[in-house]
Design a protein around this ligand. Structure first.
Ligand SMILES: [Mn+2]
Length: 334
């Protein structure tokens, strides 16, 4: 979580807001920092930007939260199991960062695109067991990992699935399956991407939607734009809130990536055309952990290094694309 420094004068304002509008302390602090301290402004702020439904309306969210909280309090080793595309990378880093902020014993695993391919695989499950993992939480995958989750269960690893891909007829035997496309899910919005669902999970864990959005909204917004899910309803809320924070992001890696991408004003267009391709290039031609570090690292030097790596990989990807087009063209023209 970010740490806020509040001056004496601000503290008075925070207390006034808490008393006058019956706001939770953190919300009052955040509004004060933004200079939103009048009744009408506060109402406008919430009505415009904050139309997210209760995360517990999603089927199994309660089970997911209970199982993960148990792992956090007892210090069980948790693995966030993600994916190498931009949605997978943002979903993984979002949930990893959130769990780290609540002092979970957490690591992440992203399969190698070329060697392992998409989703869970048996070898990875065996490896995670050897690493002492007791709980796997999937993001952006898992809904069709029937045999992998059976194997995890055999090895004594519980699995919580969060996924937005359409379920098949048989669901895996997971401790919880959070997927708004389940036929037995009655939640009001179903078009979240993997990162959006990870955000909903963090909100459910935290109970304070507003501060989770303030901390992780920008990461969820990047995944949402990149995954080309409809920018309606709650996705729109996520992107709007995320974009507001992204230009003054405190994430060193993201700031460096914005800089090397030559972006002046961050909007959905240049997230889609400049940021997402650079994140995706890591999974295609390099190492996905370089893309994850963009969101996770707090070291400015590492941040700049990683941003440069992604920028170079993207240039390489573009060059390969051009060569391919030229080859196709010359083949057609003969
Ligand atoms: Mn996805």
């Amino acid at each position: 979580m970010k740490k806020w420094i509040i001056s004496g004068a601000d503290k008075e304002m925070v207390n006034m807001l808490i008393q006058k509008y019956h706001l939770p302390t953190l919300t009052a602090v955040l509004l004060t920092i933004r200079g939103i301290t009048e009744g009408e402004e506060i109402e406008k702020f919430f009505s415009q930007e904050f139309e997210l439904s209760d995360p517990f309306l999603i089927k199994d969210m309660d089970k997911a939260v209970t199982r993960i909280k148990k792992a956090v309090t007892t210090g069980e080793k948790i693995c966030v199991y993600g994916d190498y595309d931009c949605d997978g990378v943002t979903a993984t880093s979002l949930l990893y960062l959130y769990l780290e902020s609540v002092f979970a014993n957490v690591m992440y695993y992203i399969p190698d695109r070329n060697a392992e391919g998409y989703g869970m695989n048996l070898q990875a499950v065996e490896k995670l067991r050897q690493d002492g993992i007791q709980l796997i939480v999937t993001v952006d995958n898992g809904i069709s990992a029937i045999k992998e989750i059976d194997r995890a269960n055999e090895l004594g690893i519980d699995v919580v699935v969060t996924d937005h891909h359409k379920p098949q007829d048989i669901l895996p035997k997971a401790a919880a399956i959070v997927n708004p496309h389940r036929t037995d899910d009655d939640s009001p919005y179903e078009d979240f991407c993997g990162a959006g669902l990870a955000l909903k999970l963090a909100m459910a864990m935290d109970g304070e939607q507003f501060s989770v959005m303030e901390n992780y909204g920008e990461i969820a917004a990047i995944g949402t734009v990149a995954d080309l899910v409809p920018l309606t309803g709650e996705n729109r809320t996520i992107v709007k809130a995320g974009l507001q924070n992204i230009s003054n992001t405190e994430r060193a890696g993201l700031a460096s990536l914005i800089e090397v991408s030559g972006i002046d004003t961050v909007n959905a267009g240049n997230i889609g055309f400049r940021i997402a391709p650079r994140i995706n290039a890591a999974g295609r031609l390099g190492t996905t952990s370089d893309a994850l570090d963009i969101f996770i690292t707090e070291d400015t030097e590492v941040a700049q290094q990683k941003a440069k790596i992604l920028n170079d990989l993207n240039a390489k990807r573009q060059a390969i694309g051009k060569k391919y087009i030229l080859r196709e063209l010359s083949a057609h023209c003969q």
